[in-house]
Design a protein around this ligand. Structure first.
Ligand code: HEM
Length: 365
């Protein structure tokens, strides 16, 4: 029943039209294009990135919180992608303050768990409406080609919740590599254990390698993040621990701008080790056609009421629809639009990793 209600909410939100008569997901992706430039075939946000693959070794401990098969003792293959926020695939790594990491766990029975995490424990804003305002405030000024600092300051003043991320970034310089950052789910999810009890959970992946600040990275290489990762993985696998944190009474469950207190009183479970042993270009690697929709979830994990989750799912689908359509057009050259879309749909049906998420196991119950 709750699945039907939540799915209804998803459609209601997706169809909700903005004042300018454009559906909100379309409007948001249009604004990403305005801010980052239009780069056909690339993601409209997190455009610069690199594919990785490996496996997740579960130690069985996560089963205390969720009956999802990923937490049974054993190993499952993963495809991933490291990236940085921003719509320009040529942006210089030194210009980015946040690192990002997306993963697709391939589970038995055709199930998948897709996640997309950032290297900060909180997000800038809490609602899709505020995302629209933020993107609007970040529009490049035609005179300078950069966002107008006054508009940005006015936006931040109207949205004091943005302070949490800005303060965190000031206190935590970005890491020197993708490999030595921790990455956070930020949003809350509802885990259900084998006995049917539900647990609100956020998670993070903790690097085995010690954090080093970006000041230790080579200043003259605009692509040092990808180069360092490729070099490291050539020497041997790179590892993270997947740590699940259960909410305590009073913790915010639907507000991604508010971290849970780091008071040592939360139940934390180390669910296993993520092992990455291959790096490939995003141009032809296995992550290229994956939509890391955070609502593609296995049985035992469901969305919370955090309004960002539905927004992310619908906006990622719109970004995916645009970039895969462009790629197919480029490949097919003369193929008419309708046939191109049909071919993309057939490919997605043959290989679900190419799907937009709408044909994956989307769970919002
Ligand atoms: C908890 C907050 C968020 C986190 C942790 C997050 C993280 C990520 C990550 C890691 C990616 C890259 C995925 C990949 O490698 O394919 C991504 C892509 C993207 N994000 Fe987010 N994001 C968040 C919120 C949002 C919100 C609120 C929006 C807009 C409503 C948004 C819009 C996008 C778009 C358009 C993409 C590109 C999707 C694609 O074409 O595949 N994100 N995000």
């Amino acid at each position: 029943m709750s699945a039907i209600v939540a799915t209804g909410a998803l459609f209601t939100w997706a169809l909700h039209v903005h004042a300018e008569n454009v559906p909100v997901p379309t409007r948001i992706v249009d604004l990403f294009e305005q801010d980052g430039g239009r780069h056909p075939g690339f993601r409209r946000n997190h455009a610069k990135g690199v594919c990785v693959s490996g496996h997740f070794d579960s130690d069985g401990q996560g089963a205390a919180l969720s009956r999802a098969s990923v937490f049974e003792r054993g190993s499952v293959p993963v495809i991933g992608r490291f990236s940085a926020p921003g719509g320009n695939p040529q942006q210089e790594d030194a210009d980015t303050t946040v690192r990002s990491f997306a993963l697709l766990f391939r589970l038995r029975g055709g199930e998948e768990w897709r996640v997309a995490m950032n290297s900060a424990p909180v997000f800038m804003v809490a609602t899709p409406q505020a995302v629209l305002e933020q993107l609007d405030a970040s529009r490049p000024d035609p005179r300078t080609g950069r966002a107008d600092p006054e508009r940005l300051a006015a936006f931040q003043q109207r949205h004091p919740e943005t302070r949490a991320l800005l303060d965190w970034e000031n206190a935590h310089p970005p890491s020197s590599g993708f490999d030595n950052a921790a990455y956070y789910s930020i949003d809350t999810f509802r885990f259900t254990d084998a006995a049917g009890s539900t647990h609100p959970v956020r998670w993070r992946v903790e690097p085995q390698r010690p954090y080093q600040p970006v000041s230790d990275a080579p200043a003259d290489d605009p692509d040092f993040l990808e180069h360092r990762l490729a070099h490291d993985v050539e020497q041997g696998p790179v590892r993270w621990h997947l740590v699940l944190t259960e909410a305590r009474p009073g913790d915010p469950l639907d507000d991604a701008t508010r971290a849970w207190p780091d008071d040592g009183r939360h139940r934390e479970i180390d669910a296993g080790t993520l092992v990455l042993d291959r790096v490939q270009s995003q141009i032809d690697g296995p992550c290229r056609d994956v939509n890391f929709d955070p609502l593609v979830l296995p049985a035992g994990i469901a969305a919370s009421n955090d309004p960002l989750l539905v927004a992310r799912s619908t906006v990622y689908a719109e970004s995916f629809r645009r970039r895969v359509g462009e790629e197919a057009q480029a490949q097919q050259g003369h193929t008419p639009r309708g046939l191109t879309a049909w071919l993309a749909a057939v490919k997605a049906w043959i290989d679900p990793s190419r799907s937009s998420g709408t044909s994956g196991t989307r769970r919002t119950d």
